[in-house]
Ligand binder design. Sequence first.
Ligand code: NAD
Ligand code: MG
Length: 395
Amino acid sequence: MIGVAVLGSTGSIGLSTLDVLARHPERFRVVALTAHRNVERLAEQCRRYRPQVAAMADPDAAARLASLLGGMPGAPEILSGVEGLEQVAVLPEAGYVMAAIVGAAGLRPSLAAARAGKRVLLANKESLVMAGALFMDAVADSGAELLPIDSEHNAIFQCLPGGFRAGLAKVGVEQILLTASGGPFRDWPTDRLATVTPAQACAHPVWSMGQKISVDSATLMNKGLEVIEACWLFGTGPERITVVVHPQSTIHSLVQYKDGSVLAELGNPDMRTPIAHALAWPERFDSGVAPLDLVAVGRLDFQAPDPARFPCLQLAFEAARAGGSAPLVLNAANEVAVAAFLEGRVDFPGIARVVAETLQSTAIQSVEGQGLEALIALDQQARATAEQIIVDVPG
Ligand code: NAD
Ligand code: MG
């Protein structure tokens, strides 16, 4: 029986994870669940999955959860705050940790799980964008098993031979081809993008996801963050990564080899596939996802991303090339800009503007040897800069 802690259990990835776990009760036991402040949903999950620990980032929400579950026999121990999330990530009973908190808030607990040598199922790509070197060093030092949940990275992982960590060139890889759906505005005239509403940006044509990643998918910043994530996961520079727009999202990504072979992973766009892959690895088991019907899919289309429509992708490539603190600044500015867009404080093209200006106003520095606290301080500074830019030039 493997104990699993699900960080961010009330979100889109969290729900899909619980769905897969419930299909294999003989193999897994849910030992901990966490959420930000969705008390009702976490309480319901606690009643169903009976974890030994439940944590809420928000202390008031944790208190409400405690009173809701007070009378329940075998009620979980309730923890709160960032410390509570970190405690869950290192729980001795949890062999596997699903890191599915959204944004920079996921860094501390994801890193704690990596340091504790867990099997880390990493959905929280922002951890690697912010602290890639620190994170990968922690994995190497502790012997943690890092398995990518992001569908593209999970696909690439599946298309690479064992031993790829010694270097992609050594295993004959020429390019990683990262597919992108292109989001809801792939075909919109560029001059209409200023009219985009949060509801339109969150209505992804293929995937059903949390709000932040949905907006990131619409700007293609999600693909940009994924380029940086891929660099860390697969030990390469951005020059070995090409982004291809593929609207059907049937091919989740590809690996091109020296001899001309291109390996791809295909399937229905449902996150339960990469989640089941990472839970069962190196075996395979049922995920609940319907088999792919190629005839129903009919055709697979590909195009190059339009740099004028998607400046965020370019900004992320530049940050990846610059290295140092640039990806961290990019991520922080993007989180602030997306939140401001969702609140109606900047328009849709304003997201890229805020990120670009934050990068321009910040001195990019080396992060070699920097610890977690130093990185978090840089993240806070970049957030303050981005907020100031939004106040100075409202979109
Ligand atoms: P979501 O918004 O649906 O859920 C986020 C979860 O994190 C919730 O449980 C929420 O309670 C928790 N959370 C939010 N803020 C928090 C905070 N400050 N402290 C502690 N917990 C907090 O997001 P999602 O779509 O499930 O995405 C989660 C992560 O997975 C993101 O990093 C995203 O980029 C990545 N991801 C998601 C998908 C997808 O299909 N949804 C695909 C690939 C990668
Ligand atoms: Mg993805």
